[in-house]
Design a binder for this molecule. Structure first.
Ligand code: G3I
Length: 321
């Protein structure tokens, strides 16, 4: 059996993957993407981001943004949508600033109302605010925070809710898994949004982890439960577990497999953890080597599209659940 169907039987809503438009001409790759029993959920890797949808102010283009959502609809896969208010992949007309707080609020509202409105009814969830916390637990510097303070949070969630009341609205970030100062900040972010009376439904643990440094299943459970205790659901939204140096040895691949089961197992252990999304399923296409020099092989399939020990361990874990 394949991962999504096993995940359903284990009580999750989905097991999914990200796909970038650039990969869709690779037929053997796409055969796996289109296998709904393997991946029951898709998320566009880049094409819904601000630079791709509103490169010029008030000119919205969806030709690229529609590609993966259309594919998910054709296949009957759940769609996660990504991402709205984010400091990165932001066109320079936004990031260069020069706005008053009121002007930037209008810019955010116009963007979110148009983009979320375009996909209305199609997205199980939107990553509304992405990566607003810094790793040391302070606020991440961005045009949004520098101009509006924390007001950009509730403004973004309110605008998303107005444009699509049925989409689950997420705060999404990485390194929340370690339950340190950054996790504390994410808890604060959820509370700020709730205290402002704005709707937030979920917190995405991106899960960009490192082989051998991935927290234990029980530590991950502790971190996830800090958020479900606030009344929101959680999910792993961008899971990949990279080797710090490649090529990985057989024993490193075994460690990676165990690390993947810690993550998937923690989701099974937490009521309110709805699903797992891998940020690329094959080492053929993965963002890690371009960002972390010398690191890689983070995925559950190898470059040749063969299943790795991580795939087998996840599948056994789900089957036993
Ligand atoms: O669009 C250009 C294209 O025209 C050009 O031909 C090509 C040449 O390299 O570059 C293309 O842009 C790249 C884009 O991916 C699309 O492939 C950018 O240079 C590259 O920086 C960009 O990387 C993406 C990265 O976000 C940017 O922040 C990765 O694919 C994507 O996996 C990564 O995803 C993020 C999540 O959105 C948020 N969480 C972290 C995660 C990993 O960084």
């Amino acid at each position: 059996a394949q991962l999504h169907s096993l995940a359903l039987d284990a009580g999750l809503l989905y097991f999914g993957t990200t796909v970038d438009n650039g990969y869709t001409s690779d037929a053997p790759y796409m055969a796996i993407v289109n296998d709904v029993d393997e991946f029951g959920q898709l998320v566009p890797e880049n094409a819904q981001k601000w630079d791709a949808t509103e490169a010029t102010q008030n000119t919205f283009t969806y030709t690229k943004a529609d590609v993966i959502p259309d594919l998910a609809a054709t296949n009957g896969q759940i769609l996660r949508c990504h991402a709205l208010t984010w400091y990165s992949q932001l066109p320079s007309w936004v990031s260069s600033g020069g706005f008053t707080a009121a002007q930037l609020q209008s810019v955010i509202e116009a963007h979110i109302s148009n983009v979320v409105g375009h996909f209305k009814g199609d997205c199980y969830a939107w990553d509304v605010v992405n990566e607003a916390a810094a790793d040391d637990g302070t606020w991440r510097s961005s045009v949004f925070y520098e101009t509006m303070g924390t007001d950009f949070l509730a403004v973004s969630f309110n605008a998303a809710h107005e444009a699509d009341p049925s989409a689950k609205l997420y705060y999404n970030d990485y390194n929340l898994e370690y339950n340190g100062a950054k996790t504390d900040k994410a808890v604060e972010i959820v509370k700020i949004i709730q205290d402002a009376g704005a709707p937030i439904d979920g917190v995405g643990f991106q899960g960009h982890l490192i082989v051998g440094s991935t927290p234990s299943r029980s530590s991950l459970v502790t971190a996830l439960k800090r958020f479900t205790a606030l009344g929101v659901e959680v999910a792993y939204t961008e899971l990949d577990i990279r080797h710090a140096s490649i090529p990985a040895s057989d024993s490193a691949k075994t460690t990676q497999a165990n690390d993947y089961t810690n993550v998937v197992g923690s989701c099974l252990d937490v009521e309110g953890c709805v699903g797992i999304t891998v940020w690329g399923f094959t080492d053929r296409y993965n963002w890690v080597p371009a960002t972390f020099s010398g690191a890689g092989e983070a995925c559950i399939y190898d470059e040749g599209l063969n299943k790795k020990p991580a795939w087998t361990s996840i599948s056994s874990l789900l089957a036993a659940a």
